[in-house]
Design a protein around this ligand. Sequence first.
Ligand code: HEC
Length: 106
Amino acid sequence: MTGMGARAVLAAALCAAAGWSSGALAADTGAVRYMAAVCANCHGTNGQSVGGNEALAGYDKAKFVQTMGEFKSGKRPATLMHQISKGFTDQQIAQLAEFFSGQAAK
Ligand code: HEC
């Protein structure tokens, strides 16, 4: 009896979390959140690090683009970020910069 209801609520919550509502803008937000989720394991959900690696939440947009570019080119020393940064186009990095700079730093 409550099974269906709970499932519907969960589905709605998941869709909301992923930004899957109607409209092109919402679809874009969903894509950015999907990319940002790749970073969450090491930098925290929405870049709100709980220790370990640098927080990305509230990260300066220009500094983010520059840092990711330097990881990509290998100019900036890194253990993991060389490989990870190469997985994203400059456009995607710009979208991530926008997303993370807009997250509240904890
Ligand atoms: C497997 C763990 C891991 C994942 C996943 C990861 N990072 Fe990192 N990140 C690191 C580590 C470790 C460093 C420190 C540099 C290094 O050794 O690579 C770092 C450093 C950074 C820095 C520089 C921070 C600073 O100011 O010194 C940025 C920016 C960054 N990561 C962005 C990202 C983004 C964006 C993603 C997702 C697309 C991501 N990282 C995913 C581990 C990770």
